[in-house]
Design a protein around this ligand. Sequence first.
Ligand SMILES: *[C@@H]1O[C@H](CO)[C@@H](O)[C@H](O)[C@H]1NC(C)=O
Ligand SMILES: *[C@@H]1O[C@H](CO)[C@@H](O)[C@H](O)[C@H]1NC(C)=O
Ligand SMILES: *[C@@H]1O[C@H](CO)[C@@H](O)[C@H](O)[C@H]1NC(C)=O
Length: 349
Amino acid sequence: MQANSNILVSVLFFHLTIFSLCPVETLEPVTSGIAVVTALAASGLFAGYELLKCRMYECCDDRWLIANLTGMKTALESRLHGQHLVVDTTVRAITGHIKNKNPQKALVLAFHGWTGGGKNFVSKIIAEHLYHKGMESQYVHLFIATLHFPHASKVETYKDQLRTWIKGNTTKCPRTLFIFDEMDKMPEGLIDAIKPFLDVYPEINGVNYRKTTFIFLSNTGGNAITEHTIAHWEKGKRREEIKHKDMENVIILSAYNEHGGLWHSNIIEMNLISSFVPFLPLERKHVKMCIRDDLRAKNISDEKITEEILSKVADELQYHPPSKQLFSKSGCKRVSQKVDLILEDFDND
Ligand SMILES: *[C@@H]1O[C@H](CO)[C@@H](O)[C@H](O)[C@H]1NC(C)=O
Ligand SMILES: *[C@@H]1O[C@H](CO)[C@@H](O)[C@H](O)[C@H]1NC(C)=O
Ligand SMILES: *[C@@H]1O[C@H](CO)[C@@H](O)[C@H](O)[C@H]1NC(C)=O
């Protein structure tokens, strides 16, 4: 389809050029015939080259933009621990957006919760199931506040830069994924610069942003989420009974009121966020699951992964609140380093 239209366009263009360069009567049929054949050959070569190129190098086409949605769900269910509110919300939102040929606006997900709860991990799993090259894809962009936008005084420069980047990259491929990490450390006001891209405009200066996805990660709301989870626990209820709706309200309130990137931001005021995704603080038992995953990834056989090892690594982390020791302060974040330390001890014994 693509190849055929390439050929047609090239032939047409070649004809137009010839006839505008030479008066029609001076052009002999033979020359004209040769020209057409040459044009056909050239455009055929060009189309072939394009096809071959996209076979080897990443292009904005179905070969590289995969939509492994069932795989995404399975991966989240098996690899993410203790986050029942995350899987459903994200998979449903992404599936709805991708399957819609004509989405009304860009998909905007806001991930909230303490560090180590899996916000980056989930972003990575999403990228891996939407892009053949995952996070390495040229259509996936990760912005880290303290790395890309460190100085509050340069916010005006950053605004221009960000607009240019988003416009340029979306022009290159409409189905681009933008991930903003450390939203709570973004210079205030910066995020409002991209507001038009998240809104329901059909297009802005000829570029359509409705197929893009934005994911905002932040620790904002983490404390409120934890308090709510503790209160729930104190009532003797199961963690899995925590409802998305309750947590969503908790997040919206704190995302708006706590200082940080979304603070008093137009984005919240204008309802531009498609979905708030709460990441609950992780309990010791979830941390142990992460430890098990990490040991397996390091080729430790299952019979060697004893309860003793799991406890030993879990003891290396700090828990909150001090009196109850319910939740890991750093979630599963430092698990891999702690595992390395313990393995070293075992090797030395
Ligand atoms: C889809 O994702 C699953 C889970 O990650 C993976 O096992 C499977 O190979 C993927 N399928 C394709 C076609 O990439
Ligand atoms: C795409 O975004 C990157 C930053 O992730 C930027 O360096 C690059 O210039 C952008 N590309 C275009 C074409 O704007
Ligand atoms: C684990 O073992 C597999 C094959 O047994 C090997 O390919 C892989 O590199 C190993 N990984 C690590 C981290 O040692």
